[in-house]
Ligand binder design. Sequence first.
Ligand code: GLV
Length: 299
Amino acid sequence: MRVLLMQDVSAAGVAELDGFELVRGSDPTGFDGVVCFLIDPVDERILATPGLRGLATVSVGLDHIDLAAADRLNIPIAYTPDVLTEATADLTFALILAAARRLGEAERYLRGGRWREWSFDLLLGTDVHGKTLAVIGSGRIGRAVARRAEGFSMRVLAVGRDRAQLEATLAEADFVAVTVPLSDETRHLIGPAELALMKPGAILVNTSRGPVVDEAALADALASGHLGGAGLDVFEHEPEVHPALLEQERAVLVPHIGSATRETRDGMAALACRGLAQILRNERPPNLANPQVWDRRSG
Ligand code: GLV
C-alpha cells in the first residue's frame, strides 16, 4: 500500500509505516493513505481521491481539514491529542513569563549594545506570582496551563463557552491565555470589544490558532498602551505577521513552536503514523478525530 507524506516526517513516524511505500509529495492520486501537517489544507477534492482509505494529521488542531467532507466521504482521520499537551502548556507559560518580564525587549537591548550600566528601573516588568490568570478554553492544554499557574501561586479562572462569563473574566484577569481550537464560533473571539474589556496593563497570550485573536485590534491595544504586553505563538496569516504587531516592543512573537520539542514532535509523528497504519490495516486507532466514520464503516 502507498502512503503520501505531504511534508517530511521524522524517523519516529517513518518507523510506524514500515512495510508501506512512502512517497513525499502533494498529489494524493493513487495513494491509500495521506500524512499531512497543519500547513496542508485538506479539502473535499483531496478527501474524494479514488481509493483513499484514511488520513493522519501530525497535529492536534484540525482546522486545516474539511471534517464535514471527511464525514460525508467516510475517510477516517487520525490526529495527535495528548502527546503535545505538556509541551504546548510549557510554551504558553514561557510566553506568560516572557511577556511579563519583557524578555524579548531585554534581549534585543543587550544584543543591540545598549546596556551601558545597570539601573534600578531598567526594563521593569510585572509580577506573575499572585496574579489572576484567565484560561480561555478548558480542554487538555488549558487545564495543563492552569496546573502550571497554580505552581506560580496564581489565581486561575477557567472560561468555557458562556459569553457573560468570558466578559466578566476578561475584566478581572491580569493575564489571559487563549487555548481554544479554531472554529466558526471562535474566529475573532478576542476582538476590539474583548480587548477593551481587559484590565489596563493586562497581558494576552495565544498558543491556539491565530484567527482566534483579531491581530490588528491587538496591535492597536498594545500601541495605545491599554495592554501591557502579549505573547503570540500563532498568527492569522502564518507565516505573515501583521506589520503593526512587529512594531510592538511589548509583543513576544514566536513562529508556531508550541509543540516544538524533539520528544514531543517524535511522539506526534509516531502517534499519527501509527494511526494511519492501523486504519490501512483495518484496525481501529485510539486517536481518531472522527470516530463516527469508523463506527459506521464497521457497524
Ligand atoms: C499545533 O498547533 C497542532 O495543532 O498540533
